[in-house]
Design a protein around this ligand. Structure first.
Ligand code: TEU
Length: 590
């Protein structure tokens, strides 16, 4: 049907040679080196232990840099390693300028940065500045009503007519993401403070210019240390609603506070100010803002280079498609392929002319992509992980690979609540049970959506504890590690790892993969995800069967394949007129 030859091998060999030259050239691109980059996310506590304490650490990461270089990624995004009481695994920071002893020392981090840079790999730090830990010195000081830092956080009296500290006396009825209330009573002053995630994560008051300058100063300190960018945790929550900032409480409307706080009126002003004060653009940093509740319009404004805010954002829209309308993530609903591909296409269209997309299916807050969007049963795991990779990496934007995704790690077989560790999962279980929901239902939601699926240790090899630690792992290794591990995948030319390696090499080598305009085809097809990428006369076609059943080639509904060239396919035994379950092909049209 089309020229298959060894074209894809040729592409990859060629691109391997081009990679370092291309990376060097990309550094000089006026519109940003990060446009040709692939980012790899590391969740440090679950990546690699080096000292036998059962918890991943920074020297462990350094010891795996050759593996990451072999995969071909350009950037590491490190989830938080700062000093932290670990209420939310490091997303509760008590000292922004130090490393938690669990993970190592500042010197270990300097070594990691230097050794990554030696391999041409950049390092992006997580920046968690919507909130601090309740153990941060700023907050400790703020507890004193007479302190100059009282206004650095949101302190409010009890609801009028109630006894402070008693049930129902909270300033308003908002619940937190990981706790029953967004307000926590502090007996010393008889007032409450706001923590929209948990009591261990009090929200900073960005209206106060001293708060902003303290954050910027800390960011400049990190930039001077040689890092290459920031992933900004829930950054679209920093500008709080006017009701709150004018001294009252959160606006009414829905129990959960997140939706009411997102995309506040001063968001763009704060981001532009941060960019100028830290020199984010000047230092050519990758800046990716995590933005629950952001629309494509917000993302376009934030990432339009002319406005000088951020280089890209993480949308949540495609993460929310398998939940019931009006419900939360625990209200399960089936996932429809037309809705998923339609949503990604809307973001492609919305950011086609200004702005830039980030592309992800997996991270430390989500169940494993192959289990959620693919089919992790033995006959389909490898091909579905490959095909999800094909589709994701061939969109326009910067792709993110989450640790283990590159060899198809799956969800864990969690059963009872004792199997879970995450503060969000444990809080949901307690609240739902207290609210009368049958435990079997609660466990069904947890096993579908818990963040803990992403947090089981990386399965490096088939030895004890999957090679993650010589001690007792802080969290049980997925029992499927003997079959699914990085070492096996590296040795197998037909593995998910080999496929992701080729996808990364293809992006480095091919201008159309990076810049080509995206057009979705067959938007209503229930099995096939197909699209083109066009740059001048050059056109790529991606066709993917995203189902576990074979599918007839949609004759007459796709561009003409005469003389098309196969760049990369999942199936060596591909057949004309048919796509096997989870088969995908990337073609260059003649
Ligand atoms: O996540 C923010 C966020 O809105 C979600 O991803 C969150 O995990 C959600 O409640 C899932 O249902 C960021 C971090 O990525 C996450 O790990 C932190 O727990 C959270 O912020 C607080 O810092």
């Amino acid at each position: 049907m089309y020229r298959t030859a060894e074209t894809y091998t040729v592409v990859v060999v060629m691109s391997a040679a081009l990679t370092s030259a291309a990376a060097a050239a990309a550094d000089q691109r006026p519109d940003g080196w990060w446009k040709s980059a692939v980012v790899y996310q590391i969740y440090p506590r679950s990546f690699q232990d080096s000292n036998g304490d059962g918890l991943g650490d920074i020297p462990g990461i350094t010891s795996r840099l050759d593996y990451l270089a072999e995969l071909g990624v350009d950037v590491i995004w490190l989830s938080p390693v700062y000093r932290s009481p670990q209420v939310d695994n490091g997303y509760d920071i008590s000292d922004y300028r130090d490393i938690d002893p669990l993970f190592g020392t500042l010197e270990d981090l300097d070594t990691l940065i230097a050794q990554a840079h030696e391999r041409g790999v950049k390092l992006v730090m997580d920046l968690v500045v919507n909130h601090t830990s309740d153990q941060h010195a700023w907050f400790t000081e703020s507890r004193d009503p007479a302190s100059a830092k009282r206004d650095w956080y949101f302190w409010r009296p009890a609801r009028p007519g109630t006894v402070p500290g008693t049930p129902g006396a909270e300033p308003d009825g908002s619940i937190a993401a990981f706790a029953p209330s967004a307000w926590t009573f502090d007996p010393a002053s008889g007032q409450y403070y706001l923590g929209i995630f948990s009591p261990g994560q009090p929200d900073l008051n960005w209206e106060n210019p001293d708060v902003r300058e303290a954050v910027y100063a800390m960011m400049r300190w990190w930039v001077a240390r040689g890092i290459d960018g920031f992933r900004m945790d829930v950054i679209n929550l920093i500008s709080k609603p006017e009701e709150l900032t004018s001294g009252a409480v959160l606006p009414p409307g829905g129990e959960s506070s997140l939706g009411r706080i997102a995309n506040g009126r001063r968001l763009h002003e704060f981001l532009a100010e941060m960019n100028r004060a830290v020199g984010l653009d000047e230092h050519r940093l990758l800046t990716v803002g995590e933005m629950p509740g952001a629309t494509v319009e917000v993302a376009r404004a934030v990432t339009d280079p002319a406005r000088g805010e951020l280089t890209m954002v993480f949308t949540f829209e495609h993460m929310n498609l398998d939940q019931a309308p009006g419900g939360d993530k625990w209200d399960l609903a089936g996932l429809s392929l037309p809705r998923l591909k339609g949503n990604l296409a809307a973001w492609q269209d919305g950011l086609a002319d200004a702005g830039w997309n980030s592309l992800y299916l997996d991270n430390h807050d989500q169940p494993r992509a192959v289990s959620r969007f693919g089919d992790d049963s033995p006959p389909h795991r490898v091909n579905s992980a490959k095909t999800l990779g094909t589709v994701l990496h061939l969109h326009k934007g910067t792709p993110y690979v989450y640790q283990g995704e590159e060899f198809g790690m799956t969800n864990a077989p969690f059963g009872a609540i004792g199997d879970y560790r995450d503060v969000e999962s444990l809080n949901y279980h307690a609240l739902a049970l207290a609210g009368g929901r049958p435990e079997a239902d609660v466990l069904r939601s947890l096993v579908a959506k818990s963040r803990d699926h992403a947090r089981t240790p990386v399965q490096w090899d088939a030895t004890d504890n999957a090679g993650f630690t010589t001690g007792t792992p802080w969290f049980a290794v997925n029992p499927n590690y003997a079959a699914i591990n990085a070492e096996q995948a590296r040795r197998d030319p037909g593995s998910v790892f080999a496929h992701v390696q080729k996808l990364i090499a293809l992006r480095h080598a091919d201008e159309t993969v990076r810049e080509g305009r995206f057009a979705l085809l067959l938007p209503d097809h229930e099995q096939i995800w197909a699209f083109t990428r066009t740059r001048g006369d050059d056109r790529l076609l991606v066709v993917a069967n995203c189902s576990s059943l074979p599918c007839a080639w949609p004759v007459g509904q796709l561009p003409d394949l005469t003389d098309a060239e196969l760049l990369l396919g999942t199936h060596a035994d591909a057949r004309d007129g048919e796509l096997a379950p989870w088969e995908s092909r990337i073609l260059r049209l003649a």
